[in-house]
Unconditional design. Structure first.
Length: 523
């Protein structure tokens, strides 16, 4: 097939192969470039042979490339879209619109494209550019699963304007009965099916499923009216451990913790409707709620290893009482005591001569006072007043975090946890082996089995504690904190303001939000 022939050159095609014969001397590469622009279907792949023929003045036929199809159809792998590219000159397209339209339809028909054809304006298309000629309808994803849980008590202090009612009147514990509704999951829904350009149905996409997160020892799932409902296996109080809903054991003391009860140590939550008498202690894995309006007087230790502590009436510690919480402490006032929490400590009225350590310390912005003692927070301290007219020394310290040290700490703890996990794997294997012969064990063998089991449980607890600590460190590293000490009303002389390693001893009354600016305290 002769593509073009004149007195300078002849182009011919044979089974898609293109041959060039130069007829006239002094034919140049510029004219070759013009030739390819006028004939978009010509794809020169052997440019060196063309260059050599032009430079040598050879008149022998040479193979220079290929003659491609007038149009090319590309179908996506998912058969949802087809692109067409026309390799004809603009003039050719304008002069042959009707025949090109027929060729396009034939090309679509040959490729069995029967759905989603898109109009193509041949008057405005450009040579060699791809255009969508068919587009399927994608399937629509269904609604994701929806989960609702029974809300835990909102542990937020209720502060009354008149100051006459309890400053901390909180519904701290939510009690539930066996079989109580704890939550539910509406299952993920089926979406709408689509159709590809071949007219084939494309299956609908199911919405994402979500798991109900709960402690299987205290709750169970049941199907009710097309929903997965979570119900309690036992009576207790709702709680959360490491993001997992749980029903904790709940111990209610109708009176005081003292001579009649002795010191209390309990795996669950404790609700004391009276107080904790002088010299007595409570240690609980869950939340601790002490509801007497009289507060706590000279108790020795009140500690929650996994939850919060709420003392409605405040603390008169006399330098003896220690209160510790894994998360938060809520107290009306703190008088000569020690408070320690990993998260936030909320104090309603005042802190007097107390030692405090937490992530955030918050007192009432209108009436809260920190007088004497030492308050150390990682992120922030907020109060209305600090110190007093007698210039009693009151230390307020915001430490901030050392990211390098925390990162190394997290790595060290992660390594410790991996070693313990390896040990638990070995112990678990040993237990499974021993368990097969438990019925025929001697007394000594039973003792070894029980010791192994006890060691396994202890290591499991250590792994859990390490994981919690690692997650807490990672959370701190992710957060970008603005470290500050905010005294809303009056910071008296005698107050020490320290952020990081910068400190200032106040010699005159002031107020404001103190923080580091350009590496210096803005006191």
């Amino acid at each position: 097939m002769i593509i073009i022939e004149n007195d300078e050159i002849m182009l011919s095609a044979d089974n898609g192969r293109v041959f060039m014969t130069i007829k006239k001397d002094h034919y140049n590469l510029k004219k070759v470039d013009e030739l390819t622009r006028n004939h978009p279907r010509l794809k020169i792949s052997n440019f060196m042979a063309v260059k050599k023929a032009v430079e040598s003045g050879s008149h022998d036929p040479i193979e220079v490339g290929s003659w491609i199809d007038s149009m090319e159809l590309e179908i996506s792998t998912d058969k949802m879209e087809a692109l067409i590219t026309i390799y004809e000159s603009q003039n050719f397209i304008q002069e042959n619109i009707e025949s090109l339209q027929k060729n396009i339809q034939k090309l679509l028909q040959d490729n069995e494209i029967v759905f989603g054809q898109q109009p193509l304006d041949l008057n405005s298309i450009k040579t060699g550019k791809s255009y969508i000629i068919a587009k399927g309808v994608p399937p629509e994803k269904g609604a994701d699963a929806k989960i609702n849980y029974l809300q835990q008590a909102e542990k937020t202090p209720v502060i009354n304007e008149d100051g006459k009612a309890d400053y901390f009147d909180m519904n701290f514990i939510v009690e539930i009965d066996e079989g109580s509704w704890l939550g539910e999951k509406i299952p993920a829904q089926q979406g709408t099916e689509g159709k590809n350009i071949l007219g084939e149905s494309v299956p609908a996409l199911m919405g994402d499923d979500l798991p109900l997160k709960y402690d299987t020892k205290s709750a169970y799932e049941v199907e009710e009216e097309g929903k997965t409902v979570l119900r309690s296996k036992t009576k207790g109080v709702i709680g959360e451990v490491n993001g997992v809903l749980t029903v904790q054991k709940h111990l209610v003391i109708d009176g005081d913790v003292g001579l009649e009860t002795g010191n209390l140590k309990f795996d669950g939550s404790i609700q004391v409707r009276g107080t904790v008498m002088a010299g007595y202690s409570i240690v609980s894995s869950g939340d601790i709620s002490i509801e007497s309006n009289e507060g706590v007087h000279s108790a020795e230790l009140i500690k929650s290893t996994e939850g919060d502590v709420f003392i409605k009436g405040g603390i008169f510690g006399r330098g003896i009482t220690k209160v510790e919480a894994h998360h938060n402490i809520f107290v009306k006032h703190a008088n000569e005591c020690s408070l320690k929490a990993k998260d936030t400590i909320h104090i309603g009225f005042y802190s007097l001569g107390s030692t405090i350590f937490c992530n955030e310390l918050i007192l009432d912005e209108r009436k809260g006072k920190i007088i004497g003692g030492k308050a150390i927070a990682i992120n922030s301290i907020t109060s209305a007043y600090t110190g007093n007219n007698s210039e009693r020394k009151t230390e307020l310290v915001v430490q901030g975090i050392d990211r390098k040290i925390l990162t190394e700490n997290a790595k060290t703890k992660a390594q410790e946890m991996m070693k313990l996990q390896e040990e638990t794997t070995k112990l678990n294997f040993s237990l499974s082996q021993l368990n097969q012969f438990k019925s025929s064990m001697s007394v000594q063998q039973v003792a070894v089995y029980e010791q192994t089991k006890q060691k396994y449980n202890e290591i499991q607890r250590e792994v859990k504690e390490l994981d919690e600590e690692i997650q807490r460190i990672l959370k701190m590293l992710r957060e970008t904190s603005d470290y500050f000490i905010d005294i809303k009303r009056e910071a008296n002389p005698g107050t020490v303001i320290q952020i990081g390693n910068k400190s200032s001893y106040l010699t005159k009354q002031t107020k404001g939000k103190f923080k580091l600016e350009n590496g210096e305290l803005n006191v």
